[in-house]
Ligand binder design. Sequence first.
Ligand code: RIB
Ligand code: CA
Length: 306
Amino acid sequence: MSKRPIIIDTDPGIDDAVAIAIALFSEELDVRLITTVAGNVSLDKVTYNTLRLLKFFGKEVPVAKGAEAPLVLPLQDASNVHGKSGMEGFDFEEPDDHLLLKENAVNAMYRVIMESPEPITLVPIAPLTNIALLLKLYPEVKKNIREIVLMGGSASRGNKGVMSEFNIATDPEAAKIVFDSGLPLVMAGLDVGWKALVLPEDSAKLPALGEVGRMAYCLFQKYRGGSMKTGLKMYDSCAMAYLLKPEMYEIVETYVDVELHGSMTAGCTLVDLKGYLGKPSNAKVCLDINQEMFRQWFLERMAKCI
Ligand code: RIB
Ligand code: CA
């Protein structure tokens, strides 16, 4: 079976770190490029964290730096969730920069997509600034993009605002460009992210799985996306779970828009489940997840990270 070629756009980020590990150590996915974008912490920090992860994983994947701020809004980071460095809790070795491309993320994505003999899947697990810039600067890439499988949005409530999820709310203008692009979209939002939990009995098993499991366990001690006691929310792994085990999801095809102007609702995703707006579907939305299946899948995948 040929591997599915993907590009990961990321802002590590503790939940990004384990999602990237799952993708890199899977037999099913071929990670052609990793691009970084300001989100959880600054662009320099998320890029440094990406390089530290690749050194730790021993994986030779090219990295390209992207946008240092959202298209319009100022960056409001999530260092309260991931720590000042964006990946508190584990003592990584210093990376060398040989994987860091001179090209910026948008040009690197353009090159990798246009050079690929088969269509590429984009997997943004961060604010959508880079993806929006790519689609605006190089619309011709659309013909060689198979799908965009993103972590972001919510059909219910928010985790950054009352109704808004962090990746979308950090750069709503970029998100609107992506949702309006006409490309096949999969939205793995908070509706599944909140239920994709690593429970205490699961975390306890991580150190015995090997070096990556031990790394995850150490990072999880500092991760404030939930807690070790009540369960840790593996938001970004939900995008990988769609690619690797979609049967764990309940999925609906519907119309999704991004609110840009509401004084109270800017940054929220409007998931029109009842078709009030009369617009054709533009996304597959993951509405529910089999929690037991996720927990088992997560540990199985972490066990492969050796
Ligand atoms: O809302 C969750 C998302 O915001 C995840 O991608 C997490 O890493 C943060 O970026
Ligand atoms: Ca992220």
